[in-house]
Design a protein around this ligand. Structure first.
Ligand SMILES: NC(=O)c1ccc[n+]([C@@H]2O[C@H](COP(=O)([O-])OP(=O)(O)OC[C@H]3O[C@@H](n4cnc5c(N)ncnc54)[C@H](O)[C@@H]3O)[C@@H](O)[C@H]2O)c1
Length: 437
């Protein structure tokens, strides 16, 4: 069993990646530079796109996809050819915010059916402590007829990559690894070291590794919620929150967080996983849930503030032309899943305002499928008198100078700069009503 690493580097064994999305694809590509890799995704369209050299996630880019040696497949039976498996399928929440483990369960079922003796299975999907050993292992055993610990082993290695972030990449961040025993931990650490150039951190157990991941994002969620609360308080006092944070940030131990929308499938979701587990064991998490409530309400708050500013600017609420700039859940990333910008759109629609949405980065097809919204890929700013800059894409920061030069922003305009990406002094003239979180 301890020789799997050697077999992989000598190309006598193959690694498989199950779930080729934002997380799975970069890992598959990185491993494929060194060892044999099968990339399995049940989404045949996605596999077809990868085979054609197109990367819809933009995480690794078309050029690299074209050159990669990953053996793409949408047939689970091909998993039989591999002995080291990494599972990176989604872990969303249901409508009621409880964990939706269906992808992890179905991936474990499919893998279990094709699991061979001597294999190692590592989960990367973000989960609450206990999912790997208490939910996945019994499925793998049932489907394979093999015994965990004797015939195959498991581990957990959370993913820390940050889509759209070109600095914190797989090869620059320390990777937490864990295994069910000493032997599997050693093997898993060795294998990950092939791609985790910044090194691995060996967690003392699978549950510790699972818990570490889920609290990394819960901590961010709570800190951002605190900033959002401050922003609501300071707004009522006519104090600019960004200026306050810049002043406070000069203290050595003040944490640099900023207010904003918390969407996506990590920070806004993972705390619910932890909260769910806490409730199951009889503890109601107060701080975690307060953070979730505040962050989930920010889209509505921004929309309501927009309405107030429109009235303050003496614009006719029935005739205003609103453009929302940015629809993705975060800057410089095409992903629109669980974007909170949609909450702004919905709330404005409640007031009878039908905003246009412009986003040069977003995956427009996916946004249409998920929310039935049409995203403009050309910006016709002359026709708007209200802008909600909802996402801090670099494009917007760069385009801004041009917009001013072209005088697009003349006449009375309401500028809602959610992330505070522009210099507010530029909008101090009377013809603007400028607001930021
Ligand atoms: N995206 C991030 O920023 C990020 C960062 C760290 C951790 N994570 C975690 O990593 C996991 C994956 O996230 P992602 O963003 O890559 O998701 P994703 O939706 O981009 O990709 C997941 C892929 O898994 C495939 N899939 C679903 N069920 C499958 C099955 N049964 N068999 C085979 N393939 C299946 C889907 O078709 C999809 O292509 C999640 O648990 C997430 O919380 C994500």
């Amino acid at each position: 069993m301890s020789k799997l690493y050697n077999k992989l580097v000598n190309k006598q064994a193959t690694l498989s990646l199950i779930g080729l999305g934002y997380v799975g694809m970069p890992i598959a590509v990185a491993f494929a530079n060194e060892i044999n890799v099968i990339g399995y995704d049940k989404n045949s369209e996605k596999i077809e796109s990868y085979r054609n050299g197109v990367d819809p996630t933009n995480e690794v880019g078309d050029e690299i996809i074209k050159k990669t040696k990953v053996d793409f497949t949408d047939k689970a039976v091909n998993l039989e050819k591999a002995m080291f498996h990494i599972v990176a399928v989604p872990t969303p929440v249901k409508e009621d915010h409880t964990p939706d483990l269906r992808p992890v369960i179905s991936a474990s079922e499919e893998l279990g059916k094709h699991l061979v003796k001597g294999s190692i299975v590592v989960y990367e999907s973000t989960v609450y402590p206990g999912v790997t050993e208490e939910i996945c292992v019994p499925i793998l055993e049932r489907e394979s007829g093999l015994k965990c610990g004797e015939d195959f082993k498991v581990g957990y290695s959370p993913e820390r990559i940050n889509p759209g972030d070109k600095v914190h990449r797989l090869d620059t961040i320390v990777k937490i690894v864990s295994g069910m025993d000493e032997e599997s931990l050693e093997e898993i650490a060795n294998v990950y070291q092939i791609v985790a150039k910044a090194g691995v951190y060996k967690a003392e157990s699978i549950k510790v590794a699972e818990a570490a991941k889920v609290i990394e994002n819960s901590q961010r969620d709570i800190n951002i919620a605190f900033m959002n609360e401050l922003s609501i308080i300071f707004d009522k006092m006519n104090i600019d929150t960004k200026s306050v944070l810049e002043a406070a940030g000069t203290k050595w131990n003040f944490l640099k967080f900023y207010p904003g929308l918390v969407g996506g499938h990590c920070i806004g979701v993972d705390p619910y996983y932890l909260a769910y587990k806490a409730e199951q064991i009889g503890y109601h998490p107060e701080v975690i849930m307060a953070g979730r409530r505040i962050n989930d309400s920010m889209g509505k708050y921004i929309a309501e503030t927009t309405i107030k500013k429109i009235i303050k600017a003496d614009l006719d609420i029935k005739k205003v032309k609103v453009c929302i700039l940015g629809f993705t859940f975060k800057e410089n990333c095409p992903d629109t899943r669980n974007t909170k910008v949609y909450d702004i759109v919905k709330e404005l629609q409640e007031y009878g305002i039908m905003p246009d949405i412009y986003d040069p980065v977003a995956d427009c097809k996916e946004a249409k499928r998920l929310y039935d919204v049409n995203i403009l890929n050309k910006f016709k700013s002359e026709k708007y008198n209200v802008y909600v800059i909802a996402v801090g894409h670099d494009n917007f920061k760069n385009e801004y100078g041009n917009l001013l030069e072209k005088d697009y922003l003349k006449n009375k305009k309401v500028i809602i700069d959610v992330k505070g990406i522009f210099d507010n002094s530029i909008f101090s003239k009377e013809e603007y009503v400028y607001w930021r979180l």
